[in-house]
Design a protein around this ligand. Structure first.
Ligand code: C5P
Length: 402
């Protein structure tokens, strides 16, 4: 079976003696069914000619960012969108540094900034350059931001040194490409989530609840599952279908929700509290329907347990994400909750805005961590959920090395 059948792969070649091996790499990717286009830096062209790569790939080789003819044929943004994967092999120390700093001073780096496809790099360089702390720091940064770094081989080098820095054989790089393309950003992550409202019984026929529809939580569960996560969705009463490949546990009250979370939390890596949990519950539940009298009545309420704070306080706590629905000073209140509840991330939204409020189909959020704040503009809840997954993934992996 061709494991890269019809996958569109850009092979980026930067300047290094290992560039001669890239010709074979193009062939081996094609053996697996991939459609390959090649982008070369100016340094790469000192080691191997574009003509060789053009003959092998069957496409003109892309070399220039500011070439009118090349842009008219397939511009850099079009190329960035075309790619299912960008595989840079060899990735020189210079290219790694430029990628790390978000440079866009040639076609290859610009493409990497513009693409939504995964980027994998195969560093190849002299062993001293590989060991240099600058190179290692750049690689760490790239890894944290989601670039796949393929470990170099160890052995004798073209310059006579012995050590790490050799570009691996094509088979290893092809396997890495297959792994990148079959892996969602949350592959194998065990997620427990809460969603929807809770209902706090007053008597057998009445309850206290809220307007949460559960749409945002369910959309997030769906997108996490699509990204390869195993999702257990603990849901309050909502009228929504369970997303594909999601395990659903139905609960009613805040106490039920806490119980269900505690039963599932031990084996999870990521906990997301999207439920609108009641903050108070009647101190006593009447076992018969309460009768209307002539006088006003009051119901004593007691506080519920804060589920997300309970999870965040566990000694083996998962990466913990909360939501904050606010009507004013959204970011400031959300940041306060992040700290008070001990969360790793909080997703804040302004429910005073009716376009993105509780029952609407759209949402816009600010994602807040201890050291960053990112605004995601108004989108349909499913599109927003997809954007959130891509935002959560690298931050999650930073704390959970595979
Ligand atoms: O404090 P507040 O209710 O505004 O915080 C909202 C966040 O806390 C949400 O992530 C919500 O799911 C979570 N929460 C909880 N248990 C509660 C109350 C809120 O997990 N009892």
């Amino acid at each position: 079976m061709q494991q890269l059948y019809k996958k569109q792969i850009i092979v980026g070649i930067s300047g290094g003696i290992a560039a001669y091996k890239s010709a074979d790499l193009v062939r081996r990717l094609q053996d697996q069914g991939a459609i390959v286009r090649v982008v070369m830096t100016s340094g790469a062209q000192a080691f191997i000619t574009p003509l060789t790569l053009q003959a092998l790939s069957g496409f003109p080789v892309h070399t220039d960012l500011l070439d009118t003819d090349a842009e008219a044929a397939m511009g850099h943004i079009e190329l960035a969108r075309w790619a299912d994967l960008v595989l840079i092999a060899p990735a020189s120390a210079n290219t790694i540094a430029r990628l790390c700093h978000g440079a866009a001073d040639d076609l290859l780096t610009t493409l990497c900034l513009a693409t939504k496809a995964p980027v994998a790099i195969s560093p190849a360089m002299n062993q001293a350059m590989w060991h240099n702390p600058n190179t290692q720091a750049n690689l760490d940064t790239l890894r944290q931001r989601g670039t796949v770094v393929i470990a170099p081989g160890v052995g004798s080098q073209a310059c006579g040194d012995v050590g790490p820095g050799r570009m691996p054989d094509s088979e290893v790089l092809v396997d890495a490409a297959i792994a990148c393309l079959s892996r969602g950003s949350m592959q194998g992550v065990r997620v427990v989530m809460t969603a929807g409202p809770t209902r706090e019984a007053i008597d057998p026929v009445r309850y206290i609840s809220n307007h949460s529809s559960g749409k945002m939580g369910f959309a997030l569960a769906e997108k996490l599952a699509e990204a390869g996560a195993h999702v257990t969705l603990i849901s309050g009463p909502v009228s929504l279908d369970t997303p594909a490949r999601v395990d659903r546990v139905n609960v009613v009250s805040a106490a039920d929700m806490l119980d269900a979370v505690q039963q599932h939390i031990d084996s999870c890596d990521l906990f997301i509290a999207a439920a609108a949990v009641a903050d108070y519950t009647p101190a006593q539940v009447a076992n018969k329907k309460m009768k209307k009298g002539d006088d006003d009545m009051s119901i004593a309420l007691v506080k519920t347990t804060d589920i997300v704070a309970t999870v965040a306080a566990l000694s083996n706590k998962p990466f913990t994400v909360g939501f904050a629905a606010e009507t004013n000073d959204v970011v400031a209140y959300a940041r306060g909750k992040l700290q008070r509840k001990g969360l790793d991330m909080i997703i804040a939204n302004d429910v005073s805005d009716s376009r993105i409020g509780f029952n609407s189909d759209d949402n816009a959020v600010t994602v807040i961590t201890a050291d960053a704040e990112t605004h995601i503009e108004q989108l349909p809840k499913r599109a927003l959920a997809a954007a959130l997954v891509e935002h959560i993934a690298p931050l999650f992996w930073r704390t959970h090395n595979p």
